[in-house]
Ligand binder design. Structure first.
Ligand code: S3P
Length: 171
């Protein structure tokens, strides 16, 4: 675990790249606690993400996200799957890069389209925003936030988790 030491292991990336599933597998392999920022916020608010957006607006959701990142950056030894928009805040990126080893999970656009088709839980997709446009606006942010880039297209979550473990030189 040379590259990880006691730091948090953080997964960033676009919606549908498998952050939660891969994060769970990594936490299991590394015998670490797993957290998903969306799940924590949903539990705290007592509302699904789409409802938080609808009732209080995206800005409020982003504020909750920033508060959570500030809390998590003070902790160590966690595996954290983040919401796809976590990199929209420079403050989040700075805190995550300093406190954690950050992995960007990425996928080909056609793959993302397929994985996200018919999704009703993600408010940003419900607004009719073009997926390619959203991805294009985010790509540079993920690149700047992450220490490593992992492509998930054509791989199972287990394969992706194994690849990350190899990158961490745990075996
Ligand atoms: C968002 C991604 C979602 C969730 C919210 C906003 C985004 O998380 O945080 O719907 O801005 O990309 P996932 O990446 O886990 O779907």
């Amino acid at each position: 675990m040379r590259r990880l030491a006691g730091k948090n292991l953080v997964l960033v990336g676009f919606m549908g790249t498998g952050k939660t599933e891969v994060g769970r597998l990594l936490a299991c392999s590394l015998n670490r606690r797993f957290l998903d920022t969306d799940q924590v916020l949903v539990e705290r608010a007592g509302l699904p993400v789409a409802e938080i957006f609808q009732q209080y607006g995206e800005a409020y959701f982003r504020q909750l996200e920033r508060e959570l990142v500030a809390e998590l950056a003070k902790q160590a030894g966690l595996v954290i799957a983040t919401g796809g928009g976590i990199v929209l805040s420079r403050e989040n990126v700075a805190l995550l890069r300093r406190s954690s080893f950050v992995v960007w999970l990425d996928a080909e656009l056609a793959d993302l389209k397929e994985r996200l088709a018919g999704d009703t839980t993600r408010p940003l997709l419900a607004g009719g925003v073009e997926l390619a446009e959203l991805y294009a606006g985010r790509e540079h942010l993920y690149r700047a936030a992450a220490h490593v880039h992992v492509i998930t297209t054509g791989k199972t979550p287990l394969m992706v988790a194994d690849e990350i473990l190899s990158l961490l030189a745990v075996r």
